[in-house]
Design a protein. Sequence first.
Length: 195
Amino acid sequence: MLAYVVLLFAVLSRILPHAFHAVNWNFTAVGGGLLFFGSRMGATPGRSAWQTVAKLASAVAVLVATDYYLTVYAYGYSFHARDYFVTWLWYAAVCLIGMQILQKASVLRVVAGVLASATSFFLLSNFMVWVGGTMTTYPRTLAGLGACYMAAIPFYRNDVVSTAITAGALFGLPVLAARIVESLHTAQQDNLPLA
């Protein structure tokens, strides 16, 4: 259930800035949310492979619907599924990264997941813009590809930061809360009178 709440937060992080005309924040919880969602996909004992696939498909379907909404209603473009196919595969891949490396989360694994998520999106999305993007045109040369990546560096930086904040909170806060409870429990036991 918590995984779906996080997915809803990720969707809202994409939609709400448009509703409040604050799109310049460029903060999205999608990468961190998908890593968390993926980490919860295989965490239930007895879950069949089909159930895991259905959960993955539901996450991707929610984000596909978000892409449609944003493209048509927020950006005012016509929607072409072929323009998003690589992005949709990326959504599934980030869930799988979370499923593989973050079921037993550690600081190193979360950092690796954040960097893998943000970097893969940077590389794939900008390559697709260069190959056939309709929003901008870059020459189909190595210099054009370089210019496309250079123009996207501020977005990459913001994606790394927002993914790190989101994943850090999602994976770190429960650990912090458990340590606080453990500390309070230990302090309470230390103050108990001996019988």
